[in-house]
Design a protein around this ligand. Structure first.
Ligand SMILES: *[C@@H]1O[C@H](CO)[C@@H](O)[C@H](O)[C@H]1NC(C)=O
Ligand SMILES: *[C@@H]1O[C@H](CO)[C@@H](O)[C@H](O)[C@H]1NC(C)=O
Ligand SMILES: *[C@@H]1O[C@H](CO)[C@@H](O)[C@H](O)[C@H]1NC(C)=O
Ligand SMILES: *[C@@H]1O[C@H](CO)[C@@H](O)[C@H](O)[C@H]1NC(C)=O
Ligand SMILES: *[C@@H]1O[C@H](CO)[C@@H](O)[C@H](O)[C@H]1NC(C)=O
Ligand SMILES: *[C@@H]1O[C@H](CO)[C@@H](O)[C@H](O)[C@H]1NC(C)=O
Length: 458
């Protein structure tokens, strides 16, 4: 019991630490070197695993008077065809209302559940233990019209842990066939996201597998202090819009030890998100690890303080990507990608301020989401496309303070190259292919100054 209390204090301290980190630099000088800003950010990775195991052990060993709520005892059938929605709703009511509950989805069974909202606030100490499989109804025709964009939504929770070896399966194949990306004669309609954690804080997610989602697999939205460990995502490489983990309007999010293979971005980070740390990420197949898209329909997009440390990308259509639409505003600032290994990746390093994912072409505009302070360090491997690095930035809103430090990307045939438009930065350490074009704007200015001096002397 004493040990448990210590752990709880530790968790509270951790949440406090994350929150203080979140506010420490708000309103401060933005132009500090990313190094300085991000160094304390690293600390949030340390000493983290023990207490999670402790939470797990506490209920496993039957210590701590847990209120076990098994969906089976609430009437779930678990045969994969009976409708278990009502049993899940009843179990949720019971688990949410009592302290120290475990909402239990037992292993070895498959539960068919409709679009459902699991709303908080709940009594303290809730654990959601998913060891079995939860599947969605597979037919888009019968989908609940009241919930066109969501399947399982957990909302307004504080201090909740999701864990287990279970599977969240969106049964997405019919949705994919109906997608306008698969077949141009289909109308473009939204499809559900498998699991959403919304308006929540102090959340941990450990060990779950997401597969075959209708669209995005796992969405973290409008939340603060979320820690995800050991999550797997698996969907075919040609399944449309099936992002692995999508982070929106959220702060202090840590993703660690995740293995993601899907048909869209492995991880996507969009508007109003900051202090996002990713560590030990495997991505492939997929569209890479993305910030954005941002700025669609002339909107404001802001993403700040993102770190990816240690990643392996294999056969993806992009590697490390920042994508924004023309006409938007806001900024992407202070991003660090380091220790990344690529194998057969198209566009391994790409900033694309001309992103256009609509059926009609996008016009260039003067306004754009500003991109600055992006560091690529220790990035190596093979590129499938000729352009190993592409910095395609807006003529009116250039990309600045791009740093390349120890980057080595090679094409199979040895013809890798770098493309720059309106981007400036620093090259440190060995960089291949040569990225002189990042310096060229600075050089032009230097040259102009020199030419002026010459004229003065004459
Ligand atoms: C689940 O969806 C099916 C198909 O729309 C519907 O027939 C059924 O009543 C729903 N179940 C619940 C508990 O709402
Ligand atoms: C969330 O929970 C709080 C209480 O903690 C409540 O006041 C609020 O109305 C809830 N919000 C939503 C959107 O359910
Ligand atoms: C595309 O959709 C149309 C109408 O929905 C259908 O007739 C056609 O067979 C589909 N094409 C493919 C390649 O699936
Ligand atoms: C992005 O977030 C900001 C608040 O930080 C908000 O003002 C803006 O409307 C958001 N943009 C979109 C597209 O939702
Ligand atoms: C937009 O501007 C970029 C950079 O100058 C240029 O490469 C691209 O062709 C332009 N696109 C359109 C649609 O004009
Ligand atoms: C980059 O790689 C070098 C050599 O492999 C290593 O010593 C260094 O610690 C790495 N940098 C970071 C920031 O991890």
């Amino acid at each position: 019991m004493v040990k448990t209390n210590t752990k709880i204090i530790f968790i509270l301290f951790f949440v406090f630490l994350l929150e203080s980190l979140g506010s420490a630099h708000d309103g401060g000088k933005i132009n500090i070197l990313e190094e300085e800003i991000l160094s304390d950010f690293d600390d949030i990775f340390y000493n983290e695993d023990e207490d999670e195991d402790e939470i797990f052990d506490v209920w496993r060993n039957g210590r701590g008077n847990k209120n076990l709520v098994n969906v089976d005892t609430c009437g779930a059938v678990g045969d994969g065809t009976s409708d278990d929605t009502k049993a899940f709703e009843d179990a949720w009511k019971e688990a949410c209302s009592k302290r120290r509950s475990v909402f239990m989805v037992p292993s070895g069974r498959t539960y068919l559940v409709n679009a459902t909202k699991f709303n908080g606030p709940c009594a303290n100490g809730l654990i959601i233990q998913i060891d079995g499989t939860i599947v969605a109804p597979s037919d888009p025709e019968n989908w609940d019209p009241k919930s066109p964009k969501a399947w399982l939504v957990f909302s307004n929770l504080t201090g909740v842990t999701f864990q287990g070896n279970g599977i969240i399966d969106g049964s997405g194949s019919k949705w994919w066939e109906a997608s306008c990306k698969k077949n141009k004669s289909n109308a473009c309609k939204s499809a559900p996201r498998a699991l959403t954690i919304d308006l929540s804080s102090g959340i941990r997610v450990k060990g779950l597998t997401f597969q075959n989602s209708q669209q995005m697999h796992f969405v973290i939205s409008r939340s603060n202090s979320v820690r995800v460990n050991g999550v797997k995502v698996s969907s075919p490489g040609d399944s449309p819009n099936t992002d692995g983990i999508h982070i929106s309007e959220s702060t202090n999010v840590v993703l660690q030890d995740c293995k993601i293979g899907t048909g869209d971005d492995c991880i996507s980070i969009v508007n109003a998100s900051s202090n996002i740390k990713m560590k030990n990420i495997y991505c492939g197949p997929g569209h890479g690890i993305s910030i954005g898209s941002l700025g669609k329909d002339e909107s404001i997009g802001v993403v700040n303080r993102v770190v990816l440390d240690t990643a392996y990308l294999k056969g993806t259509t992009n590697g490390l990507r920042i994508k924004t639409w023309q006409g938007g505003s806001g900024y992407v600032r202070t991003v660090r990608f380091q220790n990344v290994q690529m194998e057969d990746v198209s566009n391994p390093i790409i900033i694309d301020q001309f992103y256009c994912d609509s059926q009609k072409p996008c016009q260039n505009q003067t306004s754009a989401v500003e991109i600055s302070e992006v560091l690529y360090r220790n990035v190596s491997g093979t590129t499938k496309s000729k352009k190993a690095m592409k910095f395609a930035c807006s003529d009116t809103v250039p990309c600045s303070h791009i740093t390349l430090d120890n980057v080595n990307l090679e094409a199979r045939d040895g013809t890798a190259e770098v493309y720059c438009n309106s981007a400036t930065g620093i090259i440190a350490g060995y960089v291949h292919p040569e990225a002189e074009c990042l310096n060229s704007n600075d050089k032009k200015i230097e040259q102009e100054i020199e030419e002026c001096n010459v004229h003065d002397e004459l």
